[in-house]
Every structure is written in C-alpha cells, then in structure tokens.
Design a binder for this molecule. Structure first.
Ligand SMILES: Nc1ncnc2c1ncn2[C@@H]1O[C@H](COP(=O)(O)OP(=O)(O)OP(=O)(O)O)[C@@H](O)[C@H]1O
Ligand SMILES: [Mg+2]
Length: 311
C-alpha cells in the first residue's frame, strides 16, 4: 500500500526550480533512502512533505490525506528530524522532548512515559537534565531524534541525521533507524552518504537537481550497471589529450576525472584494459594504480549524471 504519494510536485525560488515535477511513492513499513548531492532538493522535498513549505504545484498525500487540505492531520502522523537542529538551548534535554510531545497533544502520565521512553531510546536517559549546550554534536542529533519520536509517529523523516558527528553516535543513529522501523514506523532517510543509504534502505531514490533519476531496491539499481565495467586509474597528471583519446575509444562510454583519479566506464564485455594502458602510456601518464571496481550507487550516479555524489 502506498503510504506517501508525491505527485508532480514543483517548488520554485525565483528562476531556480529545486524540486521539478517530482513524483514518488513511499510504501508503508519501508525504510526509504533519498540519496542526492548537496542542493539536489532533498530538504526542500521534505519540508513540503511536512507542511513547512508551500507546494507550488502538484500534491502530496500521506495515508491518502492531502497536506494542502488537511495539514494538521498529516503533521500528526509525522515525526521530523530536521537537517538543522531544532532544540531550545534554555531547556534541558528532557524539557525539550516534553515540549515537542506537548505540541503533538500528549499530556499527563502518558507524556512523562513517552518522554522517558524517547530519551532512553536515544541513550540520553542519564543526561536528560542537562541543557543541550553541554552536549556533543552527536548527542544533540540524538536529542533531536527523541523530540521527533515521543508521539509515536507513523512516518519518521530524518534529514541527514549523521552529518558531522562522531562514529559512535552515527552507529547509534543507524541502529535507531532500524529499530524504529521494526517497531512499525515507515522511515524516509535522506543523505548524501551512499554507504549509509545502501546499508539502511529497503528502497532507494536518487535525486539530482530536483529530479528523481533512479528508483528501486539496491539490487535493482545495481542491475542497471551490471553490464558496465569500471576502471579506476590513480594518476596525478593526465593531459586533456589523453582524456580525449580515451573518451573517443569505441568501447569507452564515459571518462570522469576528479582529484588525480580517472574513472573509466566501459561498455559491456571485456574491459579494454590493454587499450587504456596503451593510450595512457602513449601520453606519458604516470599511473600509480589501476583497479577494476564493482558497481555501486556512486557509480550509478556517475553514470547517470557524469558527476560524483560529492562534487
Ligand atoms: N529559501 C530558499 N531560497 C532560494 N533557494 C533555495 C531556498 N532553499 C533552498 N534553495 C535552493 O534549492 C536547492 C535545493 O536545496 P535543498 O536544501 O533542498 O537541497 P538538499 O538536497 O537538501 O542539499 P543538502 O545535501 O546540501 O542538504 C538549492 O540549490 C538551494 O540553494
Ligand atoms: Mg538538505
């Protein structure tokens, strides 16, 4: 059953269109990974989904309810962990969680119970009476998650919850996402870290310049590339002539160059390894290493856009 339906959604800012006729369906019970480079339109999409930003065109429905027509009924179903931390520095951690829980209508004993539950879920039970100012970046992120889950939302949306935090908090957050999902919440998780999205998601959508450029399970996305061979050449200086000659090779589909690295995408079949070596040595390129790599989401993004996820 489709839980979230995004249909032909457009957002404009002056001349730019950060979300451009985006259509996407999220199924109940899945962990949906929305992957895309900086500026792809992930946060803009999420803000529209949560009713924090008006939709210029198109529609978004959660459990069949239109965010435009019945914003409160949609908001009640959602817990948002925003990309920019939303915490009150003057309140303690516990008071922060209670504040958000009250906004969602929780009161009395149930409120206290849910606040306890949320704080212990994110591992902050023993530091709940401190203000977030005393917290590390990772702890603030976890508190941000506690604020989003105390009201037991059916849909939890996390917008880049692991940016700039220590590995321990990061693992804690990734485990929490899985656990929240097991407990019944549908999850939308945005990131520009391919590895995270690949490790967590049941399905993945790749967003670029406001367009969905790929959608499917990891296996389905990989299958799009299974036919392709990829060679990575580590070489500090490659002349434009060498790149041009490689690109012109009939078996080579694409050559991408970044930070002393050449990525060569070859057509199906035997990779033209000998030819690559021949061309590079003809142009006197000093090769530090040459590897044949298995396709991953990064490779898919590169093959679809000609750019890397982290340009
Ligand atoms: N309030 C605004 N006014 C004008 N342009 C905006 C505004 N908010 C976002 N944009 C532009 O919309 C585009 C998409 O931004 P968005 O924040 O949705 O990207 P993102 O995928 O979340 O990126 P990131 O990974 O950096 O968080 C960007 O080009 C951004 O500059
Ligand atoms: Mg963002």
């Amino acid at each position: 059953m489709s839980f979230v339906e995004i249909e032909q959604v457009v957002k404009r800012y002056g001349g730019s269109i950060p979300v451009d006729h985006l259509s996407l369906t999220i199924r109940q019970g899945e962990i949906f990974g929305l992957l895309g480079p900086n500026g792809a339109g992930k946060s803009t999409t999420i803000k529209m989904l949560c009713g924090l930003l008006d939709i210029d065109q198109g529609s978004i429905r959660v459990e069949g309810i239109s965010i435009r027509e019945r914003p409160l009924d949609v908001k009640r179903r959602i817990g948002l962990v925003p990309q920019d931390l939303a915490l009150y520095e003057r309140l303690t951690a516990r008071e922060n969680v209670a504040f958000f829980a009250r906004l969602y209508g929780l009161r009395g004993a149930l409120l206290q119970e849910r606040v306890d539950e949320a704080l212990s879920f994110v591992g902050l039970g023993d530091r709940q009476h401190e203000r977030p100012g005393a917290y590390s970046g990772g702890m603030k992120r976890r508190l941000n998650i506690a604020c989003a889950i105390a009201h037991h939302p059916k849909l939890i949306i996390m917008d880049e919850p692991t940016v700039g935090i220590d590995p321990q908090s990061r693992n804690h957050i990734l485990d929490s996402v899985r656990q929240l999902n097991r407990m019944g919440s549908t999850i939308i998780y945005t990131s520009h870290y391919m590895e995270e999205v690949a490790a967590l998601s049941t399905r993945i959508g790749i967003l670029d310049k406001g367009h969905l450029i790929a959608l499917g399970t990891q296996e389905e996305l990989r299958a799009q590339l299974a036919e392709e061979e990829r060679l990575v050449v580590q070489a500090p200086r490659v002349s434009p002539e060498a790149v041009r000659e490689l690109s012109a090779h009939p078996r080579i589909r694409r050559v991408a160059e970044c930070e002393g690295r050449l990525e060569i995408h070859a057509r199906p079949g035997q990779a033209p390894l000998q030819d690559v070596l021949f061309i590079l040595s003809k142009h006197e390129v000093a090769i530090e290493s040459l590897t044949r790599v298995e396709p991953d989401l990064e490779a898919l993004f590169l093959s679809l856009t000609g750019r890397t996820l982290r340009d």
